[in-house]
Design a protein around this ligand. Structure first.
Ligand code: HEM
Length: 277
């Protein structure tokens, strides 16, 4: 018997225009803040001198730090205004709000990675890691923006005791380190270095996710989407497996394992001794 075939769109919108603009502003500003911030912290190191030379002078680099700091704050304000607008239109999505399922998914995922269970968790629109990252960015913008402004305008905050500004400086410099590690190790793995999406997920560029990618990584959302497509009964869906051409590249996997294990060892060597002083 001839099964009817229904061809569904290959790509589905995941990030709309506003989300892509916000992501772009945040990406440019935070990367530039990392590049212009760490040479301030490690000014005596030779690599920091090289970065300063690239900007022409320390003063110019510091001005760039402040400029991109303002850009980061603008991206945060843009995001909040966008959320308020969605709320007024009664269209505010709740898909990013953490729920009990995320705790269960995290435990399930740990068991999956340890080989205790065979199947990975079934995620909806956002995984527990994506929700965590989003909240961390929210928190990060408040801490880095707040502390940055206090350090920038100490005269305005001069009424505060001296030790407050000293703590603020420690918070700014330490949170900068955490933010850099979270972005370069965690976020970059999820959207660039994971062999399934290597060299990059295209969502931040085109806003679209392929059907296969959505089915593999957000199967519950995919099911909901499929139901909305009103696929007729008896219709055979034309489905492909989701595979980046690097998904099974041994060379890439070994290279990344070496890099990630080296970074992990370096972090242990740097931070574990601090626990004993
Ligand atoms: C992700 C965002 C940011 C990162 C990664 C970052 C990173 C850094 C780092 C590593 C330093 C050197 C701290 C030290 O000397 O120990 C620094 C200093 C500084 N940053 Fe940021 N920063 C960020 C956001 C901002 C923002 C939003 C502002 C202002 C609006 C700002 C203003 C400053 C100022 C004024 C200093 C000099 C602090 C001092 O007097 O020691 N930063 N930043």
């Amino acid at each position: 018997m001839d099964a009817r075939r229904q061809v569904l769109p290959r790509e589905i919108m995941r990030f709309n225009r506003h989300q892509r603009y916000q992501h772009f502003l945040l990406m440019v500003s935070v990367l530039m803040l990392i590049i212009t911030g760490f040479p301030i912290k490690y000014a005596q190191w030779p690599w920091a001198q090289v970065v300063v030379t690239l900007f022409g002078s320390f003063k110019t680099m510091f001005m760039m730090h402040l400029t991109f700091g303002v850009l980061m704050l603008i991206s945060g304000v843009y995001h909040v205004i966008w959320l308020i607008d969605l709320a007024i239109k009664r269209n505010l999505p709740m898909s990013m709000v953490p729920a009990m399922k995320d705790v269960k998914d995290a435990i399930h995922h740990a068991k999956y990675l340890l080989g205790i269970v065979k199947e990975p968790p079934q995620y909806g629109r956002y995984t527990y890691l994506e929700k965590f990252e989003y909240l961390a960015v929210f928190w990060g913008i408040i801490v880095m923006g707040g502390s940055g402004l206090m350090l920038w305008f100490p005269e305005i905050f001069g009424v505060l005791p001296r030790w407050v500004l000293q703590i603020v400086r420690i918070a700014h410099t330490n949170e900068a380190f955490v933010a850099m590690l979270a972005i370069v190790i965690g976020h970059f793995f999820a959207v660039h270095f994971n062999p399934h999406v290597f060299p990059t997920s295209k969502v931040w560029l085109t806003g679209n996710i392929s059907r296969e990618h959505m089915k593999a990584e957000h199967p519950l959302e995919y099911q909901e989407w499929l139901e909305k497509q009103q696929v007729d009964e008896g219709v055979e869906l034309v489905e492909k497996e989701h595979h980046s051409k690097f998904a099974k590249s041994r060379a890439l996997i070994i290279f990344e394992l070496v890099v990630y294990v080296s970074v992990f060892v370096l972090l242990l060597i740097t931070f574990v001794p601090l626990l004993f002083v």
